[in-house]
Design a protein. Structure first.
Length: 203
């Protein structure tokens, strides 16, 4: 099975068949997809001007999409390296039990669903690398009341998410399933109240 870098070389190969180059970019998302596979693909297509089902997209657009994906992957790999170093230090100091951020990190190992978007058509419009930097910064800071990606405060609690975690706070502004450790207890309680109000208003 080809790895991310091998697939990236295929995307960049000017002698390669265009359909194969597009397929290789899509396969890259099986190795690294910050919003989840479908949402990340939709994001790259919309940002770089080719259709999700376009079999012969402009090669320059494919490479630009790959550049964005690679830049975000570099951000994530740097975070994973620092995360591993921190855990080694903590274990050395006798702290064996992982915290809530560590539990979130376990679900995103490898870079799939770091800033998961449950609805593949609703995702941040900013570059992937910038979104990941904001999220990583929030993971290292004190909990806040707003979404770390778009700073929106309209966060609702969902019990019917399609991937793990199967429930949690979702930002209605950018579509990201917000990691619970980055939100204050008050923000989480407010999100659950909004969910209850929405359910009551539909009934």
């Amino acid at each position: 099975m080809a790895g991310f870098r091998s697939l990236a070389r295929q995307v960049r190969d000017p002698r390669g068949d265009l359909a194969l180059r597009r397929y290789s970019l899509r396969k890259c998302l099986e190795r690294f997809a910050p919003y989840g596979h479908r949402a990340t693909w939709d994001h790259l297509c919309s940002r770089h001007g080719f259709g999700p089902d376009d079999r012969e997209p402009d090669p320059a657009r494919l490479v630009a999409a790959l550049d964005e994906l690679e830049e975000a992957r570099a951000v994530w790999l740097a975070y994973e390296k620092s995360f591993a170093e921190r855990r080694r230090r903590e274990k050395h100091d006798g702290l064996r039990r992982p915290g809530s951020i560590d539990d979130w990190h376990r679900r995103t190992w490898g870079g799939n669903g770091i800033a998961r978007c449950d609805n593949p058509r609703v995702h941040p419009s900013d570059p992937l690398g910038e979104v990941l930097r904001r999220l990583i910064t929030a993971l290292g800071a004190a909990p806040a009341a707003a979404c770390p990606v778009c700073a929106g405060r309209r966060i609702v609690w969902r019990q019917d998410l399609h991937n793990e975690p199967w429930f949690g706070p979702v930002c209605t502004g950018c579509g990201v399933v917000v990691p619970q450790p980055v939100l204050t207890n008050d923000a989480l309680r407010a999100a659950k109240r909004v969910r209850g109000w929405e359910l009551a208003s539909v009934a």
